[in-house]
Design a protein around this ligand. Structure first.
Ligand SMILES: [Zn+2]
Length: 339
């Protein structure tokens, strides 16, 4: 996935800071050793002459190979002597080396022009943090999703909400465990407080943990971000990121304030992701009919045709929780969590 400029900038900032700190510490250690030992100072001076010396040897053209080898051996001996001096001062052997967080790229983020794993990890961490600041991921895992809130009573020929949700929970767990770049898209449809957001976030949590780029936002959030980008001088990469992330989770579709711009931006997003086979999870309180009224037949038929539709049933979990909380407060113990 392509990360937006802000995420990339933050990640590179972290790596730059690590590199600077490692090099500043090494420089401070060098100053300390030089101040304590005149012999160490002399060795550093001599080592600093290596560049000019080897240039002179090359330019002279005489016995280049043998003289370069002699210089190399001499340098190795000086470095060994330096290590001994450092050890005599009671310091560890690596005291003069810059202690990079990532020894592979030396905290530059790139190896031979390719992004190093440490930079990828940092980019994911920032996305995760960003997502977490908007929705507490730790509270919304599969393990904290309780089926207890869903009635066991079957309704006229239909399975009970609990049986239905048990299947949906299993489906979502498998979806997250088997997630790939071309996993199917899903529509979570059902009333408020039936656990749609909880399961979306549980999927996000696990898919992020497996190293994929996930963008999560409520429809209102995303609409605002797109509107801001539209009027900004600089592109912030929102549109680009919504189109290219590995998994897009569009929560609460239908609750946003929408205008023609937002509608066509959403249509473009949904359509482009379908065409490029990138998975999207949309949740909505609206019925398919209401979705059609708001977004038009075109977009809804695209969704019905290509998305796996999961209908959520039961009673509003938030209402149940609120009641439990009130009862618990009366009793003086703490309630369970599920939203
Ligand atoms: Zn690295």
């Amino acid at each position: 996935m392509r990360y937006d400029q802000e995420t990339y900038r933050k990640a590179m900032q972290t790596l730059d800071r690590r590199r600077r700190e490692a090099e500043q510490t090494a420089a401070a250690h060098k100053r300390e050793v030089v101040a304590a030992s005149p012999r160490a100072a002399a060795i550093f001076n001599e080592l600093a002459q290596t560049g000019p010396l080897s240039t002179r040897i090359f330019l002279s053209g005489k016995d280049v190979h043998a003289r370069m080898e002699k210089l190399r051996q001499h340098n190795l001996a000086l470095q060994a002597e330096l290590r001994t001096l450092v050890a005599q001062m009671g310091k560890p052997a690596s005291y003069l080396d810059a202690a990079y967080t990532c020894p592979f790229c030396r905290d530059t983020g790139y190896i031979d022009g390719k992004m190093c794993d440490c930079l990828k990890t940092e980019l994911r961490r920032i996305l995760y943090e960003d997502l977490n600041s908007r929705a507490p991921l730790s509270l919304s895992t599969f393990d904290t999703f309780s089926l207890d809130y869903y009635p066991e009573q079957a309704e006229e020929g239909r399975p009970s909400p609990r049986a239905l949700m048990e299947r949906t929970l299993l489906y979502c767990r498998q979806y997250a465990a088997n997630f790939s770049a071309h996993a199917p898209s899903m529509l979570f449809q059902g009333g408020t407080g039936l656990g749609k957001t909880h399961l979306s976030l549980a999927i996000a949590n696990e898919v992020l943990g497996r190293g994929y780029g996930v963008v999560y936002g409520t429809a209102q959030n995303l609409a605002t971000m797109l509107e801001n980008e539209r009027f900004a001088d600089e592109e912030s990469g929102t549109q680009e990121n919504l189109l290219s992330c590995d998994l897009l989770i569009l929560d609460d579709l239908g609750t946003e304030f929408s205008n023609q711009f937002v509608l066509s931006a959403f249509y473009n997003m949904i359509n482009t992701r379908l065409l490029t086979q990138k998975p999207t999870i949309i949740s909505t309180n609206l019925t398919l009919r209401e979705l059609e009224d708001k977004y038009g037949v075109r977009i809804v038929s695209r969704i019905i045709g290509a998305y796996e539709v999961r209908v959520f049933a039961g009673n509003d979990v938030r209402q149940i929780l609120r009641r439990e909380k009130m009862n618990a407060a009366r009793r003086g113990d703490s309630p369970r969590s599920q939203g």
